[in-house]
Design a binder for this molecule. Structure first.
Ligand code: F6R
Length: 242
C-alpha cells in the first residue's frame, strides 16, 4: 500500500487527475472505475479542464461506477447517474454508451446486479478504480460486515451513511435506504486502485484503513491486501497516522 500525503483537497485532486490521465494515455482501451460523492468532484473538474485543453481524450474510455441508489431514476437530480452526467460525462468527449452505472429502478434488482457483473467481465478488467472512503470504512456502498467475497449486490445503507449523505437531499427522509453496489471482490479485481480521502472527518477512518487490522467490520481494510493501491490523503485526513 503506497501512501501519498498532499497538503489539501486541491492537491489531492490534481495528483489523482494526473494518474487518471496517464492511465488513459497509456492503455489502448482504458476501463476506469469511478466513484461519486464530494471526494472525486475536484478530480473530475481537473479531468474536464484537461479535456478542454486537449491534453487528454476520453473517446476510447469505458467507465463503470461503483453504485447507485435503489428507487432513483437516472433523471432524478440525486441519482448517481445524474451526478456523473453533470459533474463529468456531459463535459468531456466520452461516448455515453461506454459509461455504465447500475440501474436503481430495474424491475428485477437481483438480475440487474448479475447483469452489471457480467458486463464488467465481458468488457475486461478495470484498469484503474477510484475510491472514496466512508467515515465508517465503507468502500462503494459495502457497509461494515459485508463479506470480502461479495460481488455486485443489493445493500441496506446503515444509519451513519444515510446521515452522511443527507446533505445532498432536501430531507434526510428522502435518502434512499438501499443501493446497488459493486462488491468488495469485484473492486479488488481492479488492476490498480486509488483511494482518495480529504478532511478531518476522514482521519479516524484513514487510520483504521492504513494501520488497523484487516477485518470485514471495516471494509476498506481489505485494500491492505491489494497489490497496487495508492491512498492519497491530505494533511487533515492524515492527522491521526503514526
Ligand atoms: C460513492 C461511494 C462512497 C463514497 C463515500 C465517501 O460512489 O461509493 O463509498 O466514496 O461514501 O463519500 P464522500 O466523498 O461524499 O465523502
Amino acid at each position: 500500500m503506497k501512501i501519498v500525503k498532499v497538503s489539501d483537497y486541491q492537491e489531492m485532486s490534481e495528483w489523482a487527475g494526473k494518474q487518471v490521465i496517464e492511465k488513459v494515455k497509456s492503455v489502448r482501451q482504458p476501463i476506469l472505475g469511478l466513484a461519486t460523492g464530494s471526494t472525486p468532484e475536484g478530480l473530475y473538474r481537473y479531468l474536464i479542464e484537461a479535456n478542454k485543453n486537449h491534453d487528454v481524450s476520453f473517446e476510447n474510455v469505458t467507465t463503470f461506477n461503483l453504485d447507485e441508489y435503489i428507487g432513483l431514476d437516472r433523471d432524478d437530480p440525486n441519482s448517481y447517474h445524474y451526478f456523473m452526467k453533470e459533474k463529468l460525462f456531459d463535459q468531456i468527449d466520452i461516448d455515453p454508451n461506454r459509461t455504465h452505472l447500475p440501474n436503481g429502478v430495474a424491475a428485477d434488482i437481483e438480475q440487474e446486479c448479475l447483469d452489471y457483473e457480467a458486463l464488467i467481465k465481458k468488457t475486461g478488467v478495470i484498469d484503474l478504480q477510484i475510491l472514496g472512503l466512508g467515515v465508517n470504512g465503507h468502500i462503494a456502498f459495502n457497509e461494515p460486515g459485508t463479506s470480502f467475497t461479495s460481488r455486485t449486490q443489493r445493500t441496506d445503507l446503515v444509519e451513519e451513511t444515510i446521515e452522511a449523505n443527507a446533505r445532498f437531499f432536501e430531507n434526510k427522509a428522502d435518502v434512499p435506504t438501499q443501493a446497488i453496489t459493486m462488491g468488495i471482490e469485484t473492486i479488488m479485481e481492479s488492476k490498480e486502485i486509488i483511494l482518495l480521502a480529504s478532511g478531518e472527518n476522514k482521519a479516524e477512518a484513514v487510520k483504521r484503513l492504513v494501520e488497523g487490522e484487516v477485518t470485514e467490520d471495516f471494509p476498506a481494510s481489505i485494500l491492505q491486501k491489494h497489490p497496487h493501491v495508492t491512498i492519497v490523503i491530505d494533511e487533515a485526513a492524515a492527522s491521526l497516522l503514526k
